[in-house]
Write a protein that binds this ligand. Structure first.
Ligand SMILES: C[S@@+](CC[C@H](N)C(=O)[O-])C[C@H]1O[C@@H](n2cnc3c(N)ncnc32)[C@H](O)[C@@H]1O
Length: 294
């Protein structure tokens, strides 16, 4: 396929890549992703042309609009980069699994310790698109692309992860970035249960999750500008610590507007509610770091 747009969920990966590419144009990007533009293709110009119109209509600079429209993806990317870079030196045999990796380029852009095994799992079309678009660029780690449907364990991706070398008796860093919200609730739970079962004591999980109020708000704003990404959200969670505790993880939970991780990208007061069906719903997202303690 020429892009990931054939499947609307995979298309979200391209929008994320476009936002990462546009982040690179800011004076101080929160991370360095030299490959995002090639992966995002036309989506970069598509977003920028809409945002130029927004800037003109609202009498703001394009930079202000970019910061506002990309800040969640930028903070999330940096949060998970920081989690990886802080955890990797603690692992004697580093292994990382990125589930729903989409057009994530960490395999190519982060300074991995030698002998790190990095496994990416996503739909075959997304992984093929990425491999073709990146061509001869070499990953900085032992890189394994595993095709599979995270909702369907029968597609054999767990067996393929293990065959490719994932060791259950060795701590793993799992990344679930922009993924669980796209799964139906039973599938989200099955996936978290499976990840827990494959993780020994000392494993680390980095993920984000969306509050139930945001799911409701997204579903009622299907035709809004940002709706192409959010309208597919299905799984919401108001108590991520409790959710992960039930699968054996101790979680530390932040929100992107928290000062220590916001890098000045959020105003001091953020509207956190939205009216949905006549009721105020609490909106927002969680950024989660968790350690397996059982
Ligand atoms: C919003 S994108 C995020 C991609 C990537 N984690 C990132 O942050 O750049 C969601 C990704 O999850 C993948 N995904 C969603 N549901 C999936 C499923 N059932 N099986 C495999 N991948 C899935 C999509 O193909 C897409 O690449």
């Amino acid at each position: 396929m020429s892009s990931t747009s054939a499947d609307p969920i995979s298309y979200t990966a391209q929008i994320v890549a476009a936002k990462r590419a546009i982040e690179q144009s800011l004076p101080v990007p929160l991370f360095n992703d030299p490959y995002a533009a090639a992966l995002a293709g036309n989506e970069v110009e598509h977003l920028l042309s809409k945002w130029r119109e927004v800037a003109e209509r609202q009498g703001r600079s394009l930079e202000e609009v970019i910061v506002k429209r990309t800040r969640y993806i930028a903070i999330r990317t940096r949060f998970l980069d920081d989690l990886l870079l802080a955890t990797l030196p603690q692992l004697s045999k580093p292994q990382v699994v990125i589930l729903g990796s989409g057009l994530d380029t960490r395999a190519y852009r982060l300074p991995w310790p030698p002998a790190t095994n990095l496994y990416e799992v996503d739909m075959p079309g997304v992984l093929d698109y990425k491999a073709n678009a990146l061509g001869s660029i070499k990953p900085n780690c032992r890189h394994h692309m595993i095709a599979g449907d995270l909702e369907n364990f029968q597609t054999g991706w767990i067996a393929r992860l293990l065959e490719a070398g994932l060791r259950q008796e060795t701590p793993t860093i799992w990344i679930l970035e922009g993924v669980v919200m796209y799964l139906p609730e039973p599938s989200a739970h099955s996936l978290l249960r499976t990840v827990a079962a494959l993780s020994c004591f000392g494993s680390v999980l980095g993920m984000d999750a969306v509050k139930n109020g945001s799911i409701l708000a997204a579903q009622s704003a299907k035709n809004a500008d940002r709706g192409r990404v959010v309208r597919h959200w299905l799984f919401g969670c108001d108590e991520p610590q409790q959710l992960l505790k039930s699968y054996g993880w101790s979680a530390e939970v932040s929100q992107p507007q928290d000062v220590e991780i916001a890098h000045g990208r959020y105003p001091e007061s953020m509207p956190v509610t939205a009216e949905v069906g006549g009721h105020q719903q609490e909106r927002g997202v969680w950024l989660v770091k968790a350690r397996k303690d059982q």
